[in-house]
Design a protein around this ligand. Sequence first.
Ligand code: ADP
Ligand code: ZN
Length: 214
Amino acid sequence: MKLILLGAPGAGKGTVAKLLTAIDGSVQISTGDILRGAVKAGTELGKQAETAMNSGALVSDDLIMGIMGERLKEDDCKSGFLLDGFPRTIPQADALKVLLTDMGISLDMVVNLNVPRDVVMDRLTTRRTCNNSSCQEIYNVKSNPPKQEGICDKCGSPVIQRDDETEEAIAKRLETFTEQTAPLVDYYGKEGSLVDIQATSSDVVVQTIQSNLS
Ligand code: ADP
Ligand code: ZN
């Protein structure tokens, strides 16, 4: 399947994407994961992205389109892809449209994970992430803690609170989302490709996506 997953920070895009990859071998492409990997590796890309990320702002459209233009051309995308955290602005959506048309690819649908603000706020403050950039497994101190406190079940690396998950940065990320990303719901709604899901549980979201695909 070829999907865009839209939704606020904490709406569950990453969790849903990981469940979907297990169904048909589509790859999850998370711009957030790619950027965090670059920051940790200390690459030029990481240096350019870090300040914006830590404050809860977006990195530039040019930087993101450079990454995605390359990423979508990789071989593993042929079996399908789940775009998690991209596009995040109208210019990114416009550029993606051009990119996909040039590549002869059409999307199956755009999914909007619709979650109330108090729920995402609670999820983000209790979220913890594996510090290993090639793992980045997500935990939650309340609902899904690692078996051994602070240690990733999958790879044994430390499980940490992200730098952009302080209360101040979270508030800023939600504001950034409302201002720059929420308009994409209308953008794709007008194109007729949008499926809006009241995203209570990830399993329900996955089932709804599957029934809309078939
Ligand atoms: P979230 O949990 O907020 O959905 P992500 O892991 O998707 O977080 O992204 C983390 C940060 O990386 C964002 O706050 C932003 O600074 C940057 N980022 C990720 N994807 C994009 C994008 N498509 N455009 C601009 N910035 C992005
Ligand atoms: Zn891990």
